[in-house]
Ligand binder design. Structure first.
Ligand SMILES: Cc1ncc(COP(=O)(O)O)c(C=O)c1O
Length: 380
């Protein structure tokens, strides 16, 4: 049996997405900037995709910019948000994705900002009082805090953080890569200035993404060149990626409630079975709490084991189960996970992130737990 439980890394493409993209590989190959009919038909399809994304997020098409993925969108929001709004200070957390952390560190190194990193407890919960104190003390701030963590699944309260940012006049960017397509984002009511998406996290194509920037928080482009994306991103558009991400988001919204019920049942069953079968198992961050974590992610901390130490992912892979790892250690060739280090996960325990999609089944979970039980029985 082959079981794919690494959906936070990337997902399988939906056949309907592939079907929507194919005509733009085979027939509609015009450059959308060309004024002839070949170009115009592709331009129309791009704008239709933008309109679809904007409708789903309850914003205007002029606030959506297509990018090469979440990383580029995060870079654009942060680097250009800072430059365009005279920002001198930024606040983030040690649990952010490197697309955010490394970008902010680069801005600090260049002397553009002073960077403050919030404290987190061993569950990965942010210190919101500290956030308020920092906002109070630094009037020209950018806050960059993700919606859900990609490794431990912790959900942040965007309403609360965004309201605080608004109260103190800060620019609020949120990396929503892991929640786009999994939750409804109603940006009319959500107090965010910019958010991002990567199509491959919700059954769309890799190398596709978008950035939303609120109308009254306009920023300048990161990539200079032609006038594409209303002068916000030079370069001939990734037409098939744009068609694909919009279709994937449309499908995600159509069946979201049903998919959520299905995936939550899988996660719940996984938690119950692991707790029953593997003595000493723990869940990292808030991922064991269904109300406080992303329903697609379960980060498991396994008891110290000589037979599996450092080999668990490899052993699982041999049994046909694909998941992704994490270790808190920072020695040797593997750098380890900065997220697990930040929540003081002990390096003696193996950490595995299992992440789910609507294509997974309860049978796959039972198979995986059975294999884990076997691997840990060797120990006993
Ligand atoms: C939270 C988060 N932000 C950003 C990214 C980067 O997105 P992309 O792969 O589309 O560049 C990822 C991908 O793993 C992610 O999980």
């Amino acid at each position: 049996m082959k079981v794919y439980l690494d959906n936070a890394a990337t997902t399988a493409m939906d056949d309907r997405v592939i079907d929507a993209m194919l005509p733009f590989m085979r027939n509609h190959y015009g450059n959308p900037s060309s004024v002839h009919s070949f170009g115009r038909e592709v331009r129309t399809a791009i704008e239709r995709s933008r309109k679809k994304v904007a409708e789903l997020l309850n914003v205007t098409p002029a606030e959506i910019f297509f990018t090469s993925g979440g990383t580029e969108a995060d870079n654009t929001a942060i680097v250009c948000g800072i430059e365009s709004h005279g920002i001198t200070h930024a606040i983030t957390s040690p649990l952010e994705h490197h697309a955010v952390l490394h970008t902010l560190e680069m801005c600090e190194k260049k002397g553009h900002i002073k960077l403050s990193i919030l404290d987190v407890n061993e569950k990965g919960e942010l210190d919101i009082n500290q956030l308020e104190e920092l906002l109070k003390a630094n009037p020209k701030s950018l806050v960059s805090l993700m919606h859900a963590n990609n490794e431990i699944g912790n959900l942040n309260d965007l309403n609360r953080i965004g309201s605080l940012a608004k109260e103190y006049g800060a620019f609020f960017h949120s990396d929503t890569v892991q929640t786009m397509g999994h939750y409804v984002h109603d940006l009319k009511s959500l107090p965010v200035d910019s958010i991002v998406a990567g199509g491959h996290k919700f059954h769309g194509p890799k190398g596709s993404g978008f950035l939303y920037v609120k109308k009254d928080k306009k920023i300048h482009p990161l990539i200079h060149g032609g006038a594409q994306e209303r002068n916000m991103r030079g370069g001939t558009e990734n037409v098939i990626g744009i068609i694909g991400i919009a279709k994937a988001l449309e499908i995600a919204y159509e069946d979201m409630a049903e998919h959520q019920v299905h995936v939550e049942a899988i996660k719940k069953h996984f938690i119950q079975s692991l707790t029953q079968e593997i003595p000493g198992v723990e869940f990292n961050g808030l991922s064991g709490d269904l109300d406080k974590s992303l329903y697609t992610v379960l980060s498991v901390s396994l008891p110290p084991s000589e037979a599996n130490s450092g080999m668990l992912l490899f052993n699982l892979d041999l049994e046909g189960v694909s998941a992704s790892g994490g270790s808190a250690c920072s020695s040797g060739a593997t750098v380890g996970s900065h997220v697990l280090r930040a929540i003081n996960h002990t390096p003696e325990r193996d950490a595995v992130r299992f992440s789910f999609s609507r294509f997974n089944t309860i049978e796959e979970v039972d198979y995986t737990v059975g294999k884990l039980k076997e691997l840990y029985a060797v120990e006993a």
